[in-house]
Design a binder for this molecule. Structure first.
Ligand code: CA
Length: 237
């Protein structure tokens, strides 16, 4: 295949790097490897990969610094890989311009889904292609043009704020959105809001959309970080 997408892995743990490389190669991606931040940055500038998988704990410069430097000149999708489970760090990476994160240990399917989502969002927003006009997954369909939310064939009544929240998550389906990002997007950058208002609205949304609001199927809580909506089926015609 001539137009394979290239993924740069910046990861100092050899086993994890090998594991990721095997998954990517068997899924038709081209792979570049760097064992530290400086090599990663130089491979990035020489090869311009389509996506970067970035470990935060690197032996030379911190992964967060690598992210900052890449963001200084590029919007390439960056998915942070981390053994660290601290929510603060995930939020910092997302606020610092990472598109998503994945926590070790992770499976092949999870990794591939994150990569597909990040690449799709990049293509949708980066090259002026129109966004998908419809979100469709299992029993839920959202038509953004008509502002319609349909569950099992029946229209769901959402308040203005609830609709804004659901459509923001659905337009970014598969990708985690931080509480802060959502609050700023829905209520504006200067609104006097906190996570509580978000939780209340999300509880109402889940009562309307989920069979079991305590175990949501469509919108997951990423604890301490934000929310992630289930990836849409491919509805391209
Ligand atoms: Ca590491």
């Amino acid at each position: 295949m001539a137009n394979k997408q290239t993924i740069l892995i910046i990861e100092d743990e050899k086993n994890i790097g090998n594991y990721i490389e095997t998954i990517l190669i068997s899924n038709e991606y081209k792979v570049l490897r760097a064992m530290n931040g400086i090599t990663g940055l130089s491979l990035y500038t020489s090869h311009h990969p389509d996506l970067v998988l970035l470990d935060l704990g690197l032996p030379d410069i911190d992964g967060m610094e690598v992210l900052q430097r890449i963001r200084g000149f590029s919007h390439v999708p960056v998915i942070v890989i981390s053994a660290r489970t601290q929510e603060r760090e995930k939020v910092d990476a997302l606020d610092g311009g990472a598109d998503d994160y994945i926590t070790k240990p992770f499976g092949a399917e999870e990794l591939l889904a994150r990569i597909r989502t990040a690449l799709r969002h990049y293509l949708n927003t980066g090259q002026g292609k129109p966004q998908e006009p419809i979100y469709s997954r299992d029993e839920l369909v959202i038509d953004f043009d008509k502002r319609l939310v349909v569950l099992r064939g029946i229209g769901v009544h959402l308040t203005q704020i609830e609709y804004k929240l659901v459509s923001l998550l659905a337009r970014n389906a598969g990708k985690v959105l931080t509480y802060d990002f959502i609050l700023k997007d829905i209520w504006g950058p200067y609104a006097d809001t906190d996570n509580q208002i978000l939780r209340v609205n999300m509880a109402n949304i889940r009562r309307k959309l989920e069979v079991n609001p305590a175990e949501p199927h469509y919108i997951y809580t990423e604890i301490g970080v934000g929310y992630r909506m289930l990836e849409s089926d491919d509805v391209r015609h």
